[in-house]
Design a protein around this ligand. Structure first.
Ligand code: NAD
Length: 253
């Protein structure tokens, strides 16, 4: 009757409030994996990619998309171990595009999305369904409206925590000074990454508060959200330094 599988699935599958799985999810993850050649990680090069994609899919396929755990992602994590040099970790909050523009120029710096694990998933959505081997392309749980233990949020919480735990030396965070809250305790950076820096390995957190040229400044190193960040960092026995940055050129030297 012209009603494809998608129609019948939509009667059965719960309608979540978030976007469905990104089109061609597995092919895109495979392609990202194969073309990942950053730094010198030959052991992560092309040949293990089918295994990595399978580990990613197995983390969430056939499972209730509101009951995902960090253990589900353990095999994927194990296959994508990668060491980043001390002093080259770049965190960001509300400044993803600018941070990535920076690491494209300064190739020795790494954001989470410049690691293989982060690169595989950045910008994508994915979820499955209990009792079905398929991905749900119609909808996926939204973290606020449906549930927090969904495949995408569990992934980013875990990836962000591990990225922070691995950080060493002086670490840097790029913050958005055109917003009134350059730092927020409820962001992933404020709620996960800051709390998992290891003071035995990280001696300094440097903040770059990016000012947009000619625009109104919302926040800066002298603002209250940055003093909040400073007190959290100092309370963890890590030195805090802050620079207001007016253009990428200032930090690209
Ligand atoms: P941000 O506010 O710009 O948010 C980044 C993404 O996380 C957005 O998609 C946002 O909707 C989501 N998000 C933010 N707070 C959330 C929360 N409490 N619960 C669920 N989702 C939330 O910046 P941020 O929150 O500080 O996260 C950026 C930092 O965390 C980076 O340092 C990065 O290492 C890591 N991270 C990256 C991604 C990514 O999509 N590439 C996602 C999450 C976290």
């Amino acid at each position: 009757l012209g009603m494809g599988l998608g129609f019948w699935r939509s009667l059965r599958a719960p309608a979540w409030h978030g976007r469905g799985t990104s089109a061609n999810f597995s092919q895109r993850v495979l392609k990202r994996c194969s073309s990942y050649s950053r730094g010198s990680v030959p052991e992560l090069g092309g040949k293990r990619c089918p295994e990595i994609v399978a580990a990613f899919e197995n983390a969430f396929l056939s499972k209730d998309p509101c009951q995902i755990t960090e253990e589900d992602y353990q095999p994927l994590i194990n296959l994508t171990q990668q060491s980043i040099p001390c002093g080259k970790f770049l965190f960001w909050s509300r400044s993803k595009k600018l941070a990535h523009r920076y690491t494209r120029q300064k190739k020795e710096f790494f954001t989470l999305e410049d690691t293989l694990l982060g690169r595989l998933a950045d910008g994508l959505t994915w979820c499955g369904e209990k009792g079905s081997p398929e991905m749900n392309y119609q909808s996926c749980p939204h973290w606020k409206e449906d549930c927090a233990k969904n495949p995408v949020l569990v992934f980013w919480v875990l990836a962000s925590r591990r990225f922070a735990e691995n950080a060493c030396g002086e670490v840097t965070v790029m913050l958005n000074g055109s917003q009134s809250n350059a730092f927020s305790r409820s962001s992933m950076f404020g709620s996960i990454e800051v709390r998992h820096l290891d003071p035995k390995k990280v001696h300094t957190l440097q903040a770059w508060v990016m000012q947009n040229p000619g625009g109104v400044s919302g926040d800066s190193c002298s603002g209250t959200t940055i003093s909040d960040l400073k007190s959290i960092i100092n309370g963890r026995n890590i030195t805090f330094i802050c620079h207001d940055v007016n253009s990428l050129e200032e930090i690209c030297v």
